[in-house]
Design a protein around this ligand. Sequence first.
Ligand code: ADP
Ligand code: MG
Length: 317
Amino acid sequence: MDEFSLINTYLKSIPHTRDDVIFGIGDDCACLQVPPEMQLLISCDTLVENVHFLPTWDAYDIAWRAVMVNISDVAAMGGVPCWSMLALTLPTIDDAWMQRFSCGFAEALNRYNIALIGGDMTRGPLSMTLTIHGQIPKGKAVQRSGARAGDTIFVTGVLGGAALAVDALTTPILDEQDKAQLMERLLRPIPRTDLGSILQHYATAAIDISDGLSSDLQHICKASQVGACLDQSMIPMHPLFAKYKQDQALDFVLHGGDDYELCFTVSPQDEKNLLMELTLQGLTCYPVGVIEKNAGLRMRGPDGKMIPLEARGYRHF
Ligand code: ADP
Ligand code: MG
């Protein structure tokens, strides 16, 4: 099998039902129809063996996770994901692996009505670069730079679960059910595309929590030229911290990545309407702190004492 039959067998065959794909895989470029009232959001992510996934993982899971991580970036802008490109580097042609990979890829795309529209195929150490294209109404993209002093900081869900799962890869957790629940959190992150319209209406800034709350919130602060104060007792923790790693729970929750929840800010005058809208849509978000004028991160402990907070999520270099 050469690269062309690999593309035809496993990737060109991935179905979609989008009528805005004029043509996709098979030509020098894909051709897409973007409605005049919309803007295009584009983002890419590279996943490398032993850094982002282990070679022992099911290729279905690797593909699934890669797609979700990619979608999360579009969700963080308040947009809707539409089209995906896949640049795949493989050491050899392994049919069984490719079968699982394309199956996970197809099901993940299908869940969000995304079309695979092209990519590239090369030989080398296993890695993949996914590019996601999304749409957002003109001028509605939520950037990192819009947070203002006084804004409330929200997160969209419990944190630390994925980091606890990563830890459990090396420190065995006894209870099989708990382990399965944590691995699900790591392998099957759910990108928060359900908050798109809410972010567009209410958020002054937003980011997805890929590297950890402290470092991702710090990105908002730097881009917005503000600081932030978190309230320790308000930060929602994964429920299994009641059972495992209690002494390190705060570290996991503040600095552990891979949860793919969102962190966003809302001005105080919009907060009441936001909470009403969340209730109407059956969604829960958690206020965890406030944006302040002074740069840097701080945290109010349970005793009311303020402590400086270091931004130290995952860094590649
Ligand atoms: P080119 O030589 O013009 O770069 P390629 O031979 O790399 O074209 O690819 C042929 C077609 O297959 C193109 O439409 C490309 O987008 C698509 N393609 C290549 N690799 C992938 C992939 N991994 N996933 C999806 N489509 C792919
Ligand atoms: Mg090519």
